[in-house]
Design a protein around this ligand. Sequence first.
Ligand SMILES: CC(C)(COP(=O)(O)OP(=O)(O)OC[C@H]1O[C@@H](n2cnc3c(N)ncnc32)[C@H](O)[C@@H]1OP(=O)(O)O)[C@@H](O)C(=O)NCCC(=O)NCCSC(=O)/C=C/c1ccc(O)cc1
Length: 360
Amino acid sequence: MLATGRVAKQKEISQSTRRVANKGKATVLALGKAFPSNVVSQENLVEEYLREIKCDDPSIKEKLQHLCKTTTVKTRYTVMSSETMQKYPELATEGSPTIKQRLEIANEAVVQMAYEASLACIKEWGRTVEDITHLVYVSSSEFRLPGGDLYLSAQLGLSNEVQRVLFYFLGCYGGVSGMRVAKDIAENNPGSRVLLTTSETMVLGFRPPNKARPYDLVGAALFGDGAAALIIGADPTESESPFMELHYALQQFLPGTHGVIDGRLSEEGISFKLGRELPQKIEDNIEEFCKKLVAKAGSGSLELNDLFWARSSRWTGHPERARDETGAETREVGMQQTGVDGLWERKQQHHLLHNGQSKR
Ligand SMILES: CC(C)(COP(=O)(O)OP(=O)(O)OC[C@H]1O[C@@H](n2cnc3c(N)ncnc32)[C@H](O)[C@@H]1OP(=O)(O)O)[C@@H](O)C(=O)NCCC(=O)NCCSC(=O)/C=C/c1ccc(O)cc1
């Protein structure tokens, strides 16, 4: 629905008021996504998860039910299914050394989702795989050498000279780091077209709930599996339809907070500790950070409510300014309509701000 709507709008716009992309600036040229086939409705999740994991503690059930309701997530897609549990019953046993089994499941599933998301993205882009010059591959759910970047390149039939970057184990900041690096590649290599793919499954972190680890329930209530892909490039050709410009990327760490999210790899898989104080730390710092970002973007007309982590130049409904090669403002480009995609982005932004995890 989303892709179809966007493509239709792109065609409509390119026939009338095609926006002039800023010269040399990275733009998003296409998007794709993919999910595993197992769909879990949030309403049934508690019963199914606790049954599979053989937990009948009423206080855990009650807390998980509460968390599942308040996350506002409706459905989730998971690689893990009842068939997986039948094949690998040891995954439900606390402390059992199962990293080998988990990687056996995850490595294959992660590349499969990355492949499907990339194919959807390339189809929307409309050019051929030979035109992809760089690949940025992001996952915290797969570990092997060679990495998923090579498996994906071979499966997609990319050139064997494609320039690859592999990001393993960045956790939740993997996707945005991938975008930042893809932007730099696109802007520093004229004519390049970067495929960015991120793919995750929670198979490595799946484990029975334990009262000593209440944060596990937050993960069980929030996290799902899936993949996303983008094509990023500067100076779009006539056949390409850019719909976002990656204007500026900023990163900042908060001193003394490195224990707030704690991820560890062990014989049992990955364990994530999500600090109770995490939402408050984000709330205390996000406004100042966003103000810095807006100031760096250098446009006095931008307000915080116009953006969060990305700004859609096509769908915001705000006048855009075009720039000539020296960066000087030249003229106002016609105002674009606010469409379904813009609203969807705004909803995503709202959800990211409030829950730290995007909603599907
Ligand atoms: C929507 C939540 C989950 C629930 O909100 P609520 O309904 O207002 O409920 P409470 O916050 O009051 O919490 C309900 C209960 O859960 C408990 N709880 C609540 N968070 C906690 C807690 N982190 N510890 C331990 N008890 C808690 C809380 O203490 C309370 O317990 P109790 O007083 O006994 O009823 C809200 O707490 C919330 O948004 N929390 C922050 C979410 C969060 O940490 N997001 C994850 C960021 S990290 C990330 O996204 C990683 C991505 C990733 C990417 C790739 C990978 O491969 C792997 C990972």
